[in-house]
Design a protein around this ligand. Structure first.
Ligand code: GLN
Length: 313
């Protein structure tokens, strides 16, 4: 698609979204996220040829929340590899992102690395591998290595602390898994690592840049980053398609048809393999905790471009 068309298309979509009657609801269980301006809206589209298209608030940092689970899984696969699959499965959960139900019947083994329970296991794995003193630093360094200009890519320490103080469900998940022997580090360390990962701030532009390795089979653009294996990128993309939107993953696949990962900060990273890496941000969420207008915008974009992976070439 000619680049001017993409630029125009995202302008039109952004304009329409600004006048959309429904905006979704802000999450209240993480106090600072309830105070974000619900009218914020941004799109960034990075094409495989390196061209970047931006609209709206695409240069404003926001809390990426569960989109961080994509980087955490990538790091775990690149450092530990296949053994992680004895501690977390690769199946859709069909349950809300913070559900504790399946842990009981499945003896502390979470369904996938993108629900909270699975992501806590991945944080535990990173802690064991890098050590308590270095795991947080290593994680931020990896995310920064994926973007050209790192300014604003940081831990929102206050948000991480507030989630630590109020994240009772995540504490319950971690404790339950520790009881089954599937968490190895101390619970406070695991929670701190996980909440920090979630509290990373990035702009849509940086988020789209960071998805470049997923778009390009593991190849990265920045000099600071190491390439990621093709096997890892395929695994991460497959799980994004199946589990990236929790119990809304099926309808996201039907509507948008791209591997995507959402966060309760209202961001979504979606990948068109070989073609584009897309980031959208709109803070209001639907009933499954995924950005309402972000999903609507991606639906429009994919419809106009034919970028769904299910569209024949
Ligand atoms: N930090 C959030 C939590 O653990 C992340 C959830 C999300 O973005 N879906 O609840």
């Amino acid at each position: 698609m000619p680049q001017s068309d993409i630029a125009m298309l995202i302008e039109t979509i952004a304009l329409d979204m600004r006048s959309a009657p429904e905006r979704g609801v802000l999450p209240t269980y993480i106090p600072p996220l309830a105070d974000v301006d619900p009218d914020k809206f941004g799109i960034a589209v990075l094409e495989a040829n390196g061209r970047m298209h931006l609209t709206g608030d695409a240069n404003e940092p926001f809390s990426i929340q569960s989109i961080s689970k994509v980087y955490a899984l990538t790091m775990a696969l690149e450092t530990i590899g296949a053994p992680i699959w004895s501690r977390v499965r690769q199946e859709p959960s069909g349950n809300p992102f913070n559900s504790i139900m399946q842990l009981e019947s499945e003896r502390g083994i979470p369904r996938n690395p993108f629900i909270n329970a699975g992501a806590l296991v991945i944080s535990d794995i990173l802690l064991s591998h890098f050590g308590a003193a270095d795991a947080r630093r290593a994680f931020l360094a990896f995310v920064r290595s994926l973007v050209a200009k790192t300014s604003g890519v940081r831990y929102d320490e206050s948000l991480a602390r507030q989630e630590y103080e109020t994240g009772f469900r995540n504490a319950a998940l971690a404790n339950d898994m520790r009881n089954f022997g599937n968490i190895q580090n101390l619970i406070p360390s695991v929670l701190r690592q996980y909440f920090h990962q979630c509290a990373i701030t990035m702009t849509c532009r940086q988020l789209a840049e960071s998805g470049r390795f997923l778009m390009m089979g593991g190849r990265v653009a920045t000099e600071t980053a190491q390439s990621v294996s093709a096997r890892t990128t395929q695994t991460v993309l497959a799980l994004m398609m199946l589990c990236g939107h929790y119990d809304g993953s099926g309808s996201f696949a039907v509507q948008v048809g791209l591997p995507g990962k959402s966060g309760v900060g209202g961001g979504i990273l979606a990948i068109v393999p070989g073609i584009a890496s897309i980031a959208v941000w709109s803070p209001g969420l639907n009933a499954q905790g995924n950005s309402l207008l972000g999903t609507a915008a991606l639906t429009r974009l994919v419809h106009a471009t034919g970028w769904s992976v299910f569209t024949p070439p």
